[in-house]
Design a protein around this ligand. Sequence first.
Ligand SMILES: C[S@@+](CC[C@H](N)C(=O)[O-])C[C@H]1O[C@@H](n2cnc3c(N)ncnc32)[C@H](O)[C@@H]1O
Length: 394
Amino acid sequence: MRFDRFMALALYCPGSGYYEQKPDNPGPHGDYFTSVHVGPLFAELLAFQLADWLAVLARRQPEAPLRCVEAAAHDGRLARRILEWFAQHRPDLSRRLRYVILEPSERRRAWQRKTLGPWAEQVDWPGEPADLSDPDAPTWLPLPQHSIAGVVFSNELLDAFPVRRLCWDARARQWSEWGVAWAQNRFVQVRMPDNPDHTRERLQLLTALGLEPPPEVQAILPDGFTLDISPGAVDWWRRAARSLQVGWLMTIDYGLTAEECFQPHRRAGTLRAYYRHRLVSDPLLRPGEQDLTAHVIFSALQRAGEAAGLCTVLWQRQESFLIRIAERWAAWAGGRLPWDPARLRQFHTLVHPEHLGRAFQVFVQCTPGLEDAAMPSKPESSTRTAEAPESKAR
Ligand SMILES: C[S@@+](CC[C@H](N)C(=O)[O-])C[C@H]1O[C@@H](n2cnc3c(N)ncnc32)[C@H](O)[C@@H]1O
């Protein structure tokens, strides 16, 4: 089978896929942790930014309901903390806010309802649950076009989408593809059987994603060079962009640009497997029990969002993004951050370049007319400068 099919089954097979197993994974008892698991501060900082954005819409459209749409809510703890923050600090917005969770799994919806407790009354779960284990099925995103006034956001959603593993054939100067086979009682990675239609389809895909290497790169690309791409993640982003009537689309993730995909140290691709907080060399081991993840290609998202009519307004490291929010929070609170020592420690972990600050990036697009509204940074820092190193969180 193609690798994306294997990955989709390993992560999302109903009842036995990796993300169906445990609500507390990610987390200290799982295989990796995310910013959400550092403590409540991450949610509070995000809520501060979301409130700034929603306040702009609230002023422009005094009657319209406001929406925060979260995808990849997992056990629901980010959602609960954001709703608590709004109720405590921005009751004016909280009253008008509906929180929407995009969750295809029945099981995870149940975890979220449990975590949310009474806050579940402010939350909607649109759409029927769906099986994500077929990567060729239409992208699951049950929001009508132009239906959302607010913010659609996710933390570490797109790195969890199945990837196709394209493999450079230097002699033929074309892409073949890695698949997975069963041999001698174990899964092994093999090149998929090829025909000209497959080759053409891959070329069309790379062209559409802006990922076809220029001829001078093709000339030196070593045989077997692997490119991990997720057409599903880009399609999700395109559909999320179209769901906005007015507002912002934000993802926080680790990733790279099209050019960075072809750097020499990327020759084995960006696919990673994690088990009990360790990087595992074989992604085919223990399907359903170890995490599989790959870098997001932000330039492909940028292209898809802009083609859907959005403007790119921010692309920077988590470090700068959260520091700017903290600065504005301090000004709002009269000059001092009202944080206890635990939150100060959490802030350090979230922004320190050696922890989560540099590995994770924040990418935001918005509908036209909102480009200058409530941005957390000055325009000159809204573009990224250098590639972030590997995440220490996973
Ligand atoms: C890496 S975890 C991140 C969880 C959480 N956001 C955090 O930061 O701790 C990825 C999550 O994305 C969810 N996911 C994957 N594909 C999805 C989709 N199409 N729609 C909504 N959630 C999805 C998975 O079920 C999993 O809960």
